[in-house]
Design a protein around this ligand. Structure first.
Ligand SMILES: [Zn+2]
Ligand SMILES: [Zn+2]
Length: 641
């Protein structure tokens, strides 16, 4: 039988039988993919997995696990929102409406919406699902598309930019509604099982502060009503443990207006946690043979020109003039570390050289994008940079991965791992890329790590392994990372003398065990719901005297607990209220002391699970605290024993 050739998202081509279906293509790519394929996208159109493919087709395999189908469905729900909006508010102008990890949004102009409007629009959306309108792709001449959007500058700009040069242009049509769109979409509005509009905010067109302010409506959609219900319950729980809410309640940090946007202040409670995190990372780094270094917060822009940040990153940098010379706050720590490496000459025997620094960086993110600790202007990276010989990559990455897994294990966190390989535009020769990618792959395989391959998603300067944390709502947050870099050593002309007495370029590896402290702190606050393990808790033990008569004894107990973070509750409240307050503050252990305890020289211990043990020797409890702290146990477990 003759064969046809189809192309895949990474740009590669695949020969398949002439009568092959989408499913056959999936099996051809890999049996694993074949088994989980649910649909396909052929030339931008979502089709059944049984649909035939044709010569030259562009194929994307859609699987359940990848969540791609849900994204397609949510993109369709965004269109349903726009359709409902136009039925009820014909004056509204549509800008852009993509799917997101949690659902979708649509940015619209020329309309004022409040919560009541959302209810009406949502009801109309449900109507549209009932109508079960087929969603069809239509190709139209470019001229016609431009005419359609004569009085909509947003769509016209999309035509000029994203759809530049396309003719004909792709539209999707459902009943009385049409939208300039690449798709893909579900087959009919009835395929969307359930929709919900969540909230309204505002956004700048194209995220640009100098541009129009648009109304952004967020919503979500699922295949079934029960999936939606489950999501809404999780969302409510997530809002309860939102790090911004807990950050205030537990007095951890604030981001007040007066200090500027995205510039967090850490209060004493938050700083205690950050210090514990810092000590832990430091000990892992020292164990792994890293040398601590320190660099300032700003450099001459000459350095940023050398590193390439000035060319590629200048819009995100804070620049300032000092005595007629331009300086910039550092958006990254790497150029500083590369410069330290460059201050002396190295032999191959000295490599690898490993530097680390808790380095504060500054990046001017769009104000509209700033949110709590997840997106900020100033943040600290637990930043490490390694300089090694090409053949040392595997050994070094192996060591970094072990440290990352130790971190995940310590905090009981799960993460998705992705290996991103060479993009179309890249620096460095074929040989170094192949050598590097195969070493990364063999680390992942030897450690038995489940990972997604993201072909072509690497940085232009090297391949990387990224970790992402996923929260209960399926939102992904950047975590640890290991990135190879063939570019910066080139730009800084770094070298070492090889065995052959010639000069050689080292490979640079960027790595972070947490990612940024801010992002990691946010993940931890929400992951633990503010109930930090003993070793992190800002207040580890609170002593509750039953009456003021035991205040003196309470302080004696505090002294005997030595270095732990212990406080004495000295307000004249009832014991019940003191316990409730300590529970709300999420203190791991409470010690209750009354007349009996004072007389016997013992204590009563309570934990956050409302368990209690009486007549405990102070020494016994102290020894337990030491072990629990030392071993970084997740749950306070004195009362398990
Ligand atoms: Zn669309
Ligand atoms: Zn770096």
């Amino acid at each position: 039988m003759s064969e046809i050739v189809v192309s895949l998202p990474d740009g590669s081509e695949l020969s398949v039988a002439e009568d092959a279906t989408v499913e056959d293509v999936a099996y051809e790519i890999g049996p694993g993919l074949g088994r989980v394929a649910v649909e396909g996208v052929v030339d931008g159109e979502l089709v059944d997995k049984a649909a035939p493919v044709h010569d030259g087709a562009e194929i994307v395999i859609v699987t359940d696990q990848s969540g791609e189908y849900l994204r397609v469905l949510r993109h369709s729900a965004a269109h349903v929102f726009a359709q409902a909006l136009q039925r009820l508010h014909p004056e509204a102008k549509l800008a852009i409406g993509p799917p997101t990890d949690e659902g979708f949004y649509y940015d619209v102009a020329n309309v004022d919406l409040d919560a009541e409007d959302l209810d009406e629009i949502e009801a109309e959306m449900e109507e549209i699902l009932e109508e079960d309108l087929p969603i069809e792709r239509e190709l139209r001449p470019r001229e016609e598309a431009i005419a359609t959007y004569e009085d909509n500058r947003y769509k016209r700009e999309i035509l000029d930019d994203e759809a530049a040069g396309e003719d004909p242009v792709s539209f999707y049509v459902q009943g009385d509604f049409e939208d300039l769109c690449q798709g893909p979409h579900v087959e009919s509005t009835g395929d969307i099982g359930a929709v919900k509009l969540l909230n309204i905010s505002s956004a700048y067109w194209r995220g640009d502060e100098d541009e129009d302010t648009l109304t952004r409506v967020y919503g979500t959609a699922f295949e079934s009503e029960s999936d939606l219900e489950e999501y809404l319950t999780l969302r409510e729980e997530a809002q309860e443990r939102d790090h911004r809410k807990l950050g205030q309640e537990l007095d951890l940090f604030s981001i007040p207006d007066v200090t500027g946007p995205g510039l967090p202040l850490y209060h004493p409670n938050g700083k205690k946690i950050l210090d514990e995190l810092g000590d832990y990372a430091r000990s892992l780094n020292l164990d792994a043979g890293y040398d601590p270094v320190e660099t300032p917060h700003l450099f001459r822009t000459e350095l940023w020109k050398k590193s390439g940040h000035y060319d590629n990153y200048v819009d995100d940098m804070f620049l300032m003039d000092v005595n007629d010379e331009e300086y910039g706050l550092k958006p990254m720590n790497c150029p500083g570390h590369a410069t330290i490496f460059d201050q002396k000459s190295w032999s191959y025997r000295d490599l690898p050289v490993r530097y680390f620094e808790d380095g504060k960086v500054y990046r001017k993110e769009q104000r509209g994008e700033l949110s709590g600790l997840s997106r900020v202007w100033s943040f600290t990276i637990d930043d490490g940079h390694l300089f090694c010989r090409p053949e040392q990559i595997e050994q070094e990455v192996n060591q970094v991965m072990e440290a990352i897994y130790e971190v995940l294990d310590t905090f009981d966190l799960d993460a998705h791992v992705a290996l991103a390989t060479r993009p179309e535009k890249s620096v460095g020769g074929d040989e170094i890329w192949e050598q590097a990618e195969s070493q990364l792959r063999s680390v992942l395989e030897n450690q038995g790590i489940d990972y997604d391959l993201e072909p072509g998603d690497g940085a232009f300067y090297g391949p990387k392994i990224d970790f992402a944390f996923e929260d209960a709502l399926g939102r992904k947050w950047d975590g640890p990372t290991v990135q190879l870099d063939f570019n910066m050593p080139e730009r800084f002309e770094l070298s070492y003398t090889g065995e052959d007495n010639e000069d050689h370029r080292p490979v640079m590896i960027h790595r972070a065990l947490y990612g940024s402290y801010e992002r990691f702190f946010m993940v931890l606050i929400e992951h633990f719901d503010g109930k930090f393990p003993l070793w992190l808790a800002p207040e580890q033990v609170r002593i509750l005297p039953i009456s003021d008569d035991q205040l003196g004894y309470a302080h004696r107990v505090k002294n005997e607990l030595g270095d732990f973070r212990v406080s004495v509750e000295d307000r004249s409240w009832t014991l019940g209220r003191k316990i409730r307050e300590a529970q709300e503050d999420r203190v791991p252990y409470m010690i209750v002391v009354g007349g009996d305890e004072q007389e016997a020289g013992t204590i009563s211990v309570r934990d956050r699970k409302e368990r209690e043990d009486q007549d405990v020797e102070i020494e016994t409890f102290r020894a337990h605290l030491e072990a629990e702290y030392e071993e970084k146990r997740i749950e306070p477990d004195f009362l398990d024993e």
